[in-house]
Design a protein around this ligand. Structure first.
Ligand code: UDP
Ligand code: MN
Length: 254
């Protein structure tokens, strides 16, 4: 049977959350042999997310892990201040290594782990590209880093560098959406996780440098010439009219 794709998604409560998770779940429904690990950035699991998962038709695990108070971004903070979704991705890794591994009876199962933020746009082709990953597979990510795309540079089937506009010499200068890791490697390196204190731009490298070297990366998407995932970001909806109506007792029924 084909290796299972484990998709780890951090998510947090805001007005667009249900829309984001609806769109992402409908993408994932088209992918065979997939297990969604949805990790809420919250003190407890919410009813909204519980209901969405229960009726989704997907194979899933629902987890929660709040972001440490001192790391939480506040309204108006610039978004480059702190990396987001870090504790949640690490909780997904913990579940794979402890809970799932025990349930599956050891580390023999073939699988691949992908970190999919709830607001990006994913081509179905991407999941075919990552399905057979020996260690770490990589590909371009569109609309990221204030560029059309960022990408590994490939020569003779090997990654020899990176197309990125900022600090190309940092370890693995790739977006979270640009790689997948084999489950075997995740289980073989139990200490590899995301460093919550890594500055933005160094988060992916803080994890990947514990797993592989650059020459071990497996280029996908036609030697990294195709964009199959986009780092799209959703506009925050305006609520000025809602607030004005609320003041008159005419706000929308929650
Ligand atoms: N996220 C989270 N808690 C937060 C902010 C973000 O769990 O306080 C999640 C979010 O739902 C997404 C991921 O972390 O799945 C990355 O966040 P975001 O898309 O805001 O980051 P960016 O696109 O700006 O890198
Ligand atoms: Mn995002």
């Amino acid at each position: 049977t084909a290796p299972t794709i484990y998709v780890i998604t951090p998510t947090y409560a805001r007005l667009v959350q249900k829309a984001e998770l609806t769109r992402l779940s409908h993408t994932l429904l088209h992918v065979p042999q997939l297990h969604w690990i949805l990790v809420e950035d919250a003190l407890q699991k919410s009813t909204l997310v519980s209901n969405l998962l229960r009726t989704s038709g997907l194979s899933y695990t629902h987890l929660h892990m709040p972001t440490a108070a001192q790391r939480k971004l506040h309204e108006g903070d610039p978004n480059w201040l702190k990396a987001r979704g870090v504790e949640q991705r690490n909780e997904g890794l913990r579940w794979l290594r402890e809970d799932r591994r025990a349930a599956a009876g050891g580390g023999g199962e073939q699988g691949v782990v992908y970190f999919a933020d709830d607001d990006n746009t994913y081509s179905l082709q991407l999941f075919q590209e990552m399905r057979n990953t020996l260690k770490v597979s990589v590909w371009p990510v569109g609309l990221v880093g204030a560029m059309k795309y960022e990408s590994p540079l490939v020569q003779g089937g090997k990654v020899i560098g990176f197309h990125t506009g900022w600090k190309p010499s940092r370890p693995f200068p790739m977006d979270m959406a640009g790689f997948a890791v084999s489950l075997r490697l995740i289980l073989a390196k139990p200490d590899a996780c995301f460093d919550a204190d890594a500055p933005i731009g160094f988060l992916e490298g803080s994890f990947l440098q514990k797993l592989v070297t650059m020459d071990e990366l497996e280029p996908r998407a036609d030697d990294c010439t195709k964009v199959l995932v986009w780092h799209t970001r959703t506009e925050k909806p305006k609520m000025s009219t809602e607030k004005a109506m609320q003041a008159q007792g005419l706000g929308s029924d929650p």
